[in-house]
Design a protein around this ligand. Sequence first.
Ligand SMILES: Cc1cc2nc3c(=O)[nH]c(=O)nc-3n(C[C@H](O)[C@H](O)[C@H](O)COP(=O)(O)OP(=O)(O)OC[C@H]3O[C@@H](n4cnc5c(N)ncnc54)[C@H](O)[C@@H]3O)c2cc1C
Length: 252
Amino acid sequence: MSYYTVERVTQVHHWDDKLFSFRCTRSPALQFENGQFVLIGLMVDGKPLMRAYSFVNTNTDAELEFLSIKVPDGALTSRLCQVKVGDELLVSKLPKGTLVTKDLIPGDRLLLLATGTGLAPFVSILRDPSIFDHFKEIVLVHGVRRISELAYREELEQLAAMTRFAYYPTVTREPFMHQGRIPEQIHSGQLFRDLGMPPLTVASDRVMICGNKAMLTDTVTQLDALGFQRSTRKGQPGHYLIEQAFAGVQNA
Ligand SMILES: Cc1cc2nc3c(=O)[nH]c(=O)nc-3n(C[C@H](O)[C@H](O)[C@H](O)COP(=O)(O)OP(=O)(O)OC[C@H]3O[C@@H](n4cnc5c(N)ncnc54)[C@H](O)[C@@H]3O)c2cc1C
């Protein structure tokens, strides 16, 4: 029996020349937790070519949605970026991943820290309104190089207008209202000053991190120094969670 199902692309949206999102049909048998990822891919030379992708959709959506980088000579994405409505997409039957909120010790404020396509699992988490039952306040920080890489910006701004949610996009290589790398903005306190919020404390904050290795390492160093403890395995809650597998992606 095959480890994947064959789905059909239903929608494609290109954000810019580096990023695109797409939706596809979903096997009713596929169940996952918001924040997890799955292997998806295409048939290439008669073999499945699969890569890990975080779900952007929630577990209750009828379709699946993904946000993808376009690596010009990337084995999968050089092909995937050409998919059109009606094309076949392979989706593994085995979702996994450590970015699930039930592995956080209860807290008041949730910080979601993402660079690049590391945003995807947090959109999934934020699209489920039940997340607001667990936290008084949620902050999403999305770090990118260029403004055009702020995928889902409009949706996130709308959510921020309606709920106890703050959206903080930050750009490193173009002038923008917020500029700089996430670890530096936390360290300098700029992030919290801009948001009019108190700085990080282990007593009230919980943190989820997904993105490039440098952001992850530098942020974790600060959290550890402040006494935050990481959830190291499923079922053992901590003050913060990282997507360990995603950390290998250098430029996300
Ligand atoms: C747990 C996990 C979840 C992931 N979720 C996503 C996701 O939701 N969306 C997504 O686009 N990718 C995601 N990735 C990366 C993805 O699996 C592939 O690496 C990516 O699709 C590129 O595939 P490729 O075959 O074209 O190139 P690869 O041969 O896989 O990579 C080529 C180069 O591109 C860089 N690269 C790969 N992925 C990214 C990225 N996302 N951003 C910036 N640089 C990258 C790699 O560091 C490498 O140098 C995830 C990876 C892991 C481990």
